[in-house]
Design a protein around this ligand. Structure first.
Ligand code: HEC
Length: 93
């Protein structure tokens, strides 16, 4: 892909990792270890780093749109889901 001078529609669809971090810390950190500097998490829930390693973005989106029974239904907006996925993908480096 040639690099374009302006943000493409693809970039917009990727969401904002910075906002995703805020959402994750607010809604997910009670159970998941969402950042490496976080001290406490529920040991049943996988860390975001391990989720980043094994899940594809497309699967994450499906998972978050239709919540897992062990997780509360958080009614995340599409934008919040895109942002969280961007954040999880940013951890996986
Ligand atoms: C009340 C606790 C709780 C909260 C809050 C929570 N989760 Fe979870 N989550 C879990 C548990 C427990 C599992 C493991 C489910 C299992 O193994 O069946 C899980 C699994 C997941 C998985 C799937 C991991 C995999 O490998 O299949 C993803 C993705 C995920 N959570 C994302 C999130 C995101 C994003 C948020 C915040 C918007 C969040 N969770 C908030 C408890 C929680």
């Amino acid at each position: 892909m040639a690099s374009l001078p302006h943000a493409s529609a693809d970039d917009a669809a990727k969401g904002s990792a910075a906002h995703g971090e805020i959402v994750a810390k607010r809604w997910c950190s009670a159970c998941h270890l969402v950042a490496s500097n976080q001290a406490l998490a529920n040991s049943d829930a996988p860390t975001f780093a391990s989720i980043a390693r094994k899940k594809q973005a497309s699967k994450l989106k499906g998972f978050l749109t239709d919540p897992h029974p062990k997780m509360p239904n958080m009614s995340l907006s599409r934008g919040e889901i895109a942002d969280i996925i961007a954040y999880i993908k940013a951890i996986d480096k």
